[in-house]
Design a protein around this ligand. Structure first.
Ligand SMILES: Cc1cc2nc3c(=O)[nH]c(=O)nc-3n(C[C@H](O)[C@H](O)[C@H](O)COP(=O)(O)O)c2cc1C
Length: 191
């Protein structure tokens, strides 16, 4: 029997995305974002609070990168979600990670995260205290260590963090239990 839980964001899993930007002085900033999703084959949509340093940076410089946070960097990933570059000017330096400039957009690529999407701002839509930020994905880079023999990202090598919005836990991806566009065929073939 089901119980009513009221109005809560009941989607699981959520991603742990690292949004990296420059400000107008070239200072690197990174924030943690769970409210983000691929919205087309070449686009990503993020939902960012209006008061974040990241939001201001994206609106000014029209570029950002989105990395997937992995198990080895759970401390840094969470730190990027609880400290603001508006309050701590050297927020990024305090995490002791490394950044290089993207070759295709005006945003930093964080070296330690295994997969990164390099994006330009395509659209911004203001909704109450949030901006829906849509980015065109210009390129994706991945560490060789997370690729399989066909040069595809292997989720079991990636050790991506996932976020549980029910209890604010971080988890890692577990075993593979099916294949999309294939597992469901068992029911089609039954008919
Ligand atoms: C797990 C987690 C997920 C978060 N997801 C989002 C999000 O999707 N959108 C958002 O606006 N803030 C989100 N936040 C809050 C921001 O990361 C946080 O306010 C951060 O300090 C903003 O940094 P900035 O001001 O340097 O850009 C999240 C925080 C955590 C810990």
């Amino acid at each position: 029997m089901k119980k009513d839980l009221g109005v809560i964001p009941a989607v699981f899993p959520m991603p742990v995305l690292m949004i990296a930007t420059y400000d107008e002085e070239g200072q690197v900033n990174v924030m943690n974002a769970a409210w983000g999703m691929i919205s087309d084959y070449t686009q990503i949509a993020l939902f960012l609070g209006t008061d974040h340093k990241t939001t201001a940076n994206i609106r000014k410089l029209k570029a950002f990168t989105v990395s997937i946070a992995d198990r080895d960097h759970v401390t840094e990933a969470d730190y990027f979600g609880i400290v603001s570059g508006n309050d701590v000017k050297d927020k990024f330096e305090r995490a002791h990670l490394h950044a290089v400039k993207s070759t295709c957009c005006n945003a930093p690529v964080i070296e330690e995260f295994p997969v990164v999407m390099e994006c330009e701002l395509a659209a911004e839509i203001e909704v109450e205290n949030m901006y829906a930020i849509v980015g065109n994905i210009l390129n994706v880079q991945a560490e060789e260590s997370v690729l399989n023999e066909k040069e595809k990202v292997d989720p079991q090598k990636l050790n991506a963090l996932i976020f549980d919005q029910f209890q604010a836990g971080y988890y890692t991806v577990g075993e593979k239990v099916g294949q999309a566009w294939s597992s469901g065929r068992a029911l089609i073939e039954e008919e």
